[in-house]
Design a protein around this ligand. Structure first.
Ligand code: SF4
Ligand code: SF4
Length: 254
């Protein structure tokens, strides 16, 4: 438990305020075998899932970038690079001191032959639940959460509080304003989030959802923790660019 307390104490000051643990086997029970950790890091017994809820992490990133003139222009994915810098500075010394075998992974990095579902890691750790928006929800922060990293470690770690364990947000939501808020009718109670419909709409009408996802913005959970305007636009811009790049790839490469 001491290691987990040290991790939480090191990361909370930069807004990484969602920390949970799961036995590797519990995560693997949720996903098909191609997402299993065992195939590329069989020593892992536990996973520490690390994320942010609300706007604090972005505020620290903004300060970090402001103190480094040109940082935003020099990095294609400045928030991701900031995340790696934070982990290296705050987490690596703690993990090295344990003398454990470990590996830090990120949802935005691709490793050859490595696939892992951060959504299922977070779900196994009891930090979030699926929603009809295609993103996961936290009981307090709603859809205003993001998984930034995970530590795979050869130690059996104790469970941390799992606030989302018994939460079923969408099936108990009466208003469901997210459905009407989507101009592409890409969100439905029966089928959830229609990614192709969302993508096609955004490519046809790139300004409509440029500033925010209207469906996510109206979710009844966590409204007071909504990301600030510049963060909303940042994520929308990157997701649209990724969708455009994917659609423009030759079919054989998709
Ligand atoms: S508004 Fe209700 S139905 Fe829509 S994502 Fe939020 S909890 Fe789910
Ligand atoms: S980005 Fe726009 S089209 Fe896509 S789900 Fe959100 S509101 Fe709908």
């Amino acid at each position: 438990m001491e290691l987990l307390q040290d991790i939480m104490a090191a990361l909370a000051p930069v807004g990484l305020n969602l920390i949970g643990t799961t036995p590797r086997a519990d995560y693997e029970a949720l996903v098909p075998s191609q997402y299993h950790i065992t195939q590329w890091f069989p020593e892992a017994e536990s996973v520490v899932v690390i994320g942010n809820g609300g706007r604090e992490f972005w505020g620290h990133f903004r300060e970090y970038a402001a103190a480094r003139p040109g940082y935003l222009q020099q990095h294609d994915h400045p928030l991701d690079d900031y995340t790696v810098a934070v982990m290296s500075a705050r987490l690596t010394p703690l993990l090295d001191a344990t003398r454990a075998q470990y590996r830090v992974i990120y949802p935005f990095q691709f490793f050859s032959g490595l696939t892992v579902s951060f959504m299922h890691l977070a779900q196994a750790a009891g930090l979030s639940r699926p929603s009809i928006l295609g993103v996961q929800l936290h009981p307090r922060y709603g859809p205003w959460i993001a998984w930034r990293a995970a530590v795979l470690i050869d130690r059996a770690l104790p469970a941390l509080p799992a606030p989302a364990q018994d939460c079923e947000p969408c099936s108990t939501c009466v208003e469901r304003p997210c459905i009407a808020a989507c101009p592409a009718q890409a969100v439905s109670a029966a089928h959830g989030w229609d990614l192709p419909a969302c993508t096609q709409y955004r490519l046809r009408a790139p300004t409509d959802c440029a500033e925010r996802c209207h469906a996510r913005y109206t979710c009844v959970y966590g409204r007071e923790h909504r990301y600030p305007e510049d963060e909303l636009a940042y994520h929308q811009r990157l997701s649209l660019a990724a969708a455009r790049a994917y659609c423009e790839k030759p079919e054989s490469a998709n």
